[in-house]
Design a protein around this ligand. Structure first.
Ligand code: GLV
Ligand code: MG
Length: 311
């Protein structure tokens, strides 16, 4: 292990993250009653320009009126991008009027660390000015070629950054990849055309103590396609995935929850290693397979999620 360590900055249960256009208060109310671990109130791409101001007001009202934490949820707001004139007003109004109610801000299309620096500086000032005791977190959406080219630098930003998300739709657009689908596999590609990008983002996340989250899958009438994508993301180290439709929440919760068999196996690994240790051995065998200290670290990851789900 390197002498320099970047432990996970913030543990949050984020198996399912439901995207809700803040222009639609009915959907916000439903989201609050649903089973998503996380809800993000969207001010960005799901909101048409004429709706932007009302959506911002709705988000602020929903943050103040709904007891998100009491409902066991983390609530986030996706602000508009730094290349728009909505962004500064999103940060100022949401933070001034509900900065002690929102848990994180999701910053879209982050291209370089300066983007996060700007949001962080604004948030710092507003929290100080308002005397909030709470501290909002930041999450970065990696969804442009520039963001991916700089993803390690962005992950190293520090500050309030606690998670990064892979935004496959904008990434496809930015890369001029041959598709018009939001996520999913391209049948002419031998394998998963998003593999390299997600793997790179997840590595950057894990190197610098950030949670890694997979973004949207647009075909909400294809639950099997959703689950397959979620499983691929989980295999690489993502701990959750967006739901762009309420029906996808249960699918994400299922895929990103360790099964009972996985939890039992994790506990048995730790027990066997304790017993081996008592006999002065570092390695042991379980079900005909060698296990050692690395197995214990993998098992601990399973148990952290299981404990978080248990509450
Ligand atoms: C999410 O914002 C995406 O572009 O996939
Ligand atoms: Mg996007």
């Amino acid at each position: 292990m390197s002498h320099r360590l970047y432990p996970l900055k913030k543990q949050r249960l984020q198996r399912s993250e439901l995207a809700v256009p803040a222009s639609n208060p009915t959907m916000i109310d439903k989201a609050a009653e649903g089973a998503a671990d996380y809800v993000f109130l969207d001010l960005e791409d799901a909101v048409a320009p004429p709706e932007k101001e009302q959506a911002r007001k709705n988000a602020i009202q929903a943050l103040n009126d709904i007891d998100w934490a009491g409902k066991g949820k983390t609530v986030s707001v996706r602000i508009n991008g730094l290349d728009t004139h909505y962004m500064y007003r999103d940060v100022v109004d949401v933070m001034e009027q509900a900065g002690d109610r929102v848990h994180t801000l999701l910053v879209p299309k982050v291209g370089e660390t300066g983007d996060l620096y700007m949001v962080e500086a604004m948030v710092n000032q507003i929290e100080m000015a308002k005397g909030f005791k709470t501290r909002v977190g930041l999450e970065a959406l990696i969804e442009t070629a520039l963001g991916m080219a700089n993803v390690e630098d962005i992950a190293r930003f520090g500050g309030r950054l606690e998670a990064m998300h892979f935004g496959v739709a904008d990434f496809a657009a930015s890369m001029r990849a041959r598709t018009v689908n939001i996520g999913g596999l391209n049948p002419v590609y031998p394998g998963d055309q998003w593999h390299a990008a997600i793997a790179r983002m997840v590595t950057a996340c894990r190197a610098f103590g950030l949670r890694a989250i997979d973004g949207p899958f647009g075909d909400f009438s294809d639950p099997e396609g959703y689950k397959a994508g979620a499983r691929r993301a989980a295999a690489l180290g993502c701990e959750g995935k967006w739901a762009i439709h309420p029906s996808q929440v249960a699918l994400a919760n299922e895929v990103f929850s360790p099964t009972e068999a996985e939890v039992t196996k994790a506990r048995r690994i730790i027990e066997e290693l304790r017993a081996a240790e008592a006999k002065g051995k570092g390695a042991a065998s379980l079900d005909g397979k060698m296990i050692d200290a690395a197995s214990e670290r993998m098992a601990a990851n399973v148990l952290v999620v299981a404990d978080a789900i248990a509450g």
